[in-house]
Write a protein that binds this ligand. Structure first.
Ligand SMILES: Nc1ncnc2c1ncn2[C@@H]1O[C@H](COP(=O)(O)OP(=O)(O)OP(=O)(O)O)[C@@H](O)[C@H]1O
Ligand SMILES: [Mg+2]
Length: 348
């Protein structure tokens, strides 16, 4: 068991996020003169994404998943901490950095496929746009060839080139979004709830497509979703967030197989098992109450007000992430830390 400083410089790491904080000033009352208060949407998040892996990001609605994703590419105001891309600092509080490399290397896929495509552009124009806006000098014939190859790779074809987004289904629009994100050969694709707006059967097709592309192209994905089954299907490592903070981060097999943080355990226990006999025999951990407000988060551990294991000490300090197990799962819970300490002292 070791304390996780952000020291280990992992050669395979593409993206490193350290102690990232994003705050929004929101009106305190109903009047302009009531002043503003700070909403802590992301509150000290640290994690990394390695080359060729998929990191799943899960947590309840409003816990800061989209804000974290947006902050990574410089679209949300960073109050503290840093984002490093291939070792270079790209996003810092108040600092203007040259983010052109990050913008080329990192692409995003959004939740609402139709809304994220310009309705006045043809599919060919939409998919080709990243090639033409990054100042690359690519011959027109080459652009057309690459667009068609990419469309075919995502399951569309030449007949779709001259059509407009409104002529497509949600699943097809998401395929166009994926083609557009991949055409410039990015290294990391941030997928913010890419299948949440789709039918269940279409969800599986898109998840499979993303997984195949990830393997084929050795892509890295940061896959944001609140559906734990979807995240399990696609991720190598999983990051569990609660109220702007990381509760647990580790190998998928550990997070799903032996969840350590009480929040991860509660989230997983809420997912029904398809076998009715097993399902009836399961004990469900019910989460008490509502998620706390990021305007006024609880002192100490953000999850303590709903945690079945909380003790007085949980209200004192924000728990530091401690690594556990052979695969170094990071868990931010003092009770889990104490239990592991006791177990190692008693030689278990
Ligand atoms: N531009 C903004 N101004 C003020 N508050 C914001 C802004 N963007 C997000 N927030 C707040 O930050 C918190 C995190 O929001 P975010 O959209 O990142 O959550 P999320 O985990 O992506 O939720 P969901 O699963 O519903 O998409 C929420 O309380 C939200 O209201
Ligand atoms: Mg979101």
């Amino acid at each position: 068991m070791t304390n996780t400083a952000h020291s280990s410089q992992d050669a395979a790491t593409l993206l490193r996020v350290d102690n990232l904080k994003v705050q929004f000033g929101v009106p305190r009352g109903g009047f302009p003169w009531s002043g503003k208060t700070m909403l802590r949407a992301v509150d000290g998040v640290s994690f990394n994404v390695r080359r060729g892996e998929t990191v799943g990001l899960v947590g309840e609605s409003g816990c800061g998943k989209s804000t974290l994703a947006r902050a990574i590419i410089g679209l949300a105001p960073v109050a503290d901490g840093s984002v490093r891309w291939l070792g270079d600092e790209t996003v810092l509080p108040g600092a203007r950095r040259d983010t052109s490399r990050l913008r080329r290397d990192v692409q995003m896929i959004f939740q609402d496929p139709l809304a994220s495509l310009d309705p006045r552009m043809t599919i060919e124009q939409i998919v080709a746009e990243p090639l033409t806006t990054h100042g690359q000098d690519i011959a027109r014939a080459d652009v057309q060839r690459r667009v068609l190859t990419m469309l075919e790779r995502v399951g569309l074809n030449a007949q779709h080139l001259r059509r407009y987004p409104h002529e497509f289904s949600g699943g097809q629009c998401q395929r166009v979004g994926i083609a557009r994100a991949l055409i410039g050969e990015p290294q990391l694709v941030i997928c913010d709830e890419p299948v949440s707006a789709l039918d269940v059967s279409i969800q599986a097709q898109i998840v499979n497509l993303l997984r195949d592309l990830q393997r084929e192209l050795s892509l890295s994905l940061l896959f944001v979703a609140h559906d734990l089954a979807v995240v399990k299907a696609i991720s190598h490592r999983v990051l569990v967030m609660y109220l702007g903070r990381v509760m647990e981060f580790g190998d998928k097999r550990d997070v799903y197989g032996t969840p350590r943080h009480p929040y991860t355990r509660a989230l997983l226990s809420a997912v029904p098992v398809p076998d009715p006999v097993v399902e009836r025999a399961r004990r469900h951990l019910l989460l008490r109450g509502e998620i706390a407000s990021p305007l006024n988060p609880p002192s100490g551990c953000a999850f303590r007000t709903r945690c079945p294991d909380a003790i007085e000490a949980c209200a004192q300090d924000v728990p530091q992430a401690i690594t556990h197990g052979a695969n170094a799962t990071r868990v931010a819970c003092i009770r889990v830390g104490d239990m592991m300490k006791e177990a190692s002292l008693s030689g278990r």
